[in-house]
Design a protein around this ligand. Structure first.
Ligand code: 1DF
Ligand code: MN
Length: 361
């Protein structure tokens, strides 16, 4: 018997909201082309965007073209995969590789473009704000503008900024703004910084295959172990790629963190108010399955994190086979948990007050 094709509209009892979907602006690509010509360019950026911008192979061409569309083409690709709504953010590495002035301009213009597309397609698109962390106070102001004036619903933060991480207090105005506005920060991967990437680069492991996860999982851990979440206890951080594997690490993280703190080994690792690393992961993080259409991993993560903290992402256009949607539809999971995964967790996390049929019946 042929399979019923995936459809939008909630026929299975849930809408599908994909929460880590990417776009690029024309300005961004022009800036990236310029940057790729500069001597001494960051090796991770060179590896990643040198490939996507210049390769003539089929997959990078598909990705590059689809990144640049926020209109009918994207809607058609969503329809073909049964995606009711995309939560969209500027593609990695966003502004993070640019100098301060270019980063500020790109964030602002990208937020304006994304907000315009979201107003044109309010039932299909939700936007996440870019910012320029090179100027943290300006970034906080842009996040405020993007949320309060443009209606974007989250911040997408493309991980390290030339080797600097959010646990550095210099960046805390960004954390403060997100917490105050009650919007989550999607901590999206970047290639590892220059002083971390070389052994991965030589093996071809620096990108989404592994380097992304190592770099971004470490970033999340730094935020936890630095105590930043004791200062911003209500902040919510979204991690893709099954939490960059942190749920699988959790037992060891808790054990070794406790042992390390107790021995006073590192100045940078002080006792945390809530004690264990796992407390912070369970209370301040939401995990998506971007790039991991693997029911066993989703089931494990739901058990570790709670059903309310695991949500669906596709990672369009980087990884978007329709077969993955079908595989996830078939998961052996109660309908209410499946609805939480595909729909209602995202509605809560991004503040999308919307009826079950998405108002599209
Ligand atoms: C890739 C994967 C690139 C993801 C991405 O942005 C990205 C990739 C440049 O496959 O090279 O967001 N991803 O999240 O898995
Ligand atoms: Mn992604």
């Amino acid at each position: 018997m042929p399979e019923t094709p995936v459809e939008t509209g909630g026929q299975r009892g849930y809408l599908r909201i994909a929460t880590e979907e990417a776009f690029a602006t024309t300005e961004q690509i022009a800036l990236y082309r310029e940057l790729l010509e500069e001597p001494g360019v960051d090796p991770g950026f060179q590896s990643l965007m040198g490939f996507y911008i210049n390769s003539t192979a089929e997959r990078p061409r598909f990705i590059f073209e689809n990144l640049q569309d926020l209109g009918d083409r994207r809607i058609a690709e969503m329809d073909a995969r049964g995606i009711d709504r995309q939560v969209i953010g500027i593609t990695a590495p966003g502004t993070h590789v640019l100098d301060r002035d270019r980063a500020v301009a790109l964030a602002r213009n990208a937020n304006d473009e994304l907000a315009a597309a979201c107003s044109t397609h309010p039932d299909r698109f939700t936007g996440m704000a870019a910012c320029a962390p090179q100027d943290p106070l300006q970034a906080a102001a842009e996040i405020d503008r993007a949320v309060s004036e443009l209606g974007l619903r989250a911040v997408v933060y493309n991980s390290h900024v030339q080797g600097e991480y959010l646990d550095d207090q210099r960046f805390w105005p960004i954390l403060e703004a997100a917490e105050a506005l009650d919007v989550p920060i999607y901590l999206h991967p970047n290639t590892p910084p220059a002083d971390m990437i070389q052994p991965m680069l030589r093996a071809g492991l620096d990108g989404a295959i592994f380097g992304f996860g190592v770099e971004t999982g470490m970033h999340a851990l730094r935020i936890i172990t630095s105590g930043a979440l004791d200062r911003f206890p209500r902040l919510q951080i979204i991690l893709g790629h099954m939490g960059e594997a942190l749920p699988f690490w959790l037992y060891r993280l808790d054990y070794m963190h406790q042992a390390t703190v107790k021995s006073g080994r590192y100045e940078a690792m002080r006792p945390l108010r809530r004690g264990a690393v796992s407390e912070y992961l369970r209370e301040n993080f939401i995990i998506t399955n971007s790039g991991v259409a693997w029911p066993d991993a989703i089931d494990f993560t739901q058990r570790v994190m709670g059903v309310e903290r695991v949500m669906y992402a596709m990672d369009f256009p980087y990884q978007c086979p329709v077969e993955e949607v079908e595989e996830l539809d078939r998961m052996d999971m109660p309908l209410d948990a499946k609805r939480a995964f595909f729909q209602t967790n995202a509605e809560r996390v991004f503040g999308l007050a919307q009826p079950v049929d998405g108002g599209r019946a």
